[in-house]
Design a protein around this ligand. Sequence first.
Ligand code: 5GP
Ligand code: ZN
Length: 112
Amino acid sequence: MDCIFCKIAAGEIPSTCVYQDESIFAFRDINPQAPVHVLIIPRTHICCADAITDENSDVVAKIFAAIPKIAKAEGLTNGYRVLTNCGEDACQTVKHLHFHLLGGRKLTEQMA
Ligand code: 5GP
Ligand code: ZN
């Protein structure tokens, strides 16, 4: 499969990794929208939030358990935002499930 985030998780495409374990991989966004902009992905290919099932959701729990550790390591002591874009209406550009971790400044109130 020609998936850029699968290749990043496998180390075939370089990235700036901030956290990894056997199930998940976290790296800096190439086009940061905030002082801290980390993408957290499952190593397994799940195309988007709409493809999360009872069978594959363990890795999503692992991602959310890692987020506070990553946030702490990034110095996000005053809060942060976690979001995922799913499908065309959300303007998802990379079709491998990823959670944006954004922070390091006061973010806008606007969500959409
Ligand atoms: P989406 O729009 O799908 O929610 O977010 C995709 C994100 O992936 C974007 O913020 C974009 O900057 C980031 N991105 C796309 N290609 C690469 C890449 O090759 N390396 C890194 N580090 N980030 C990427
Ligand atoms: Zn993938």
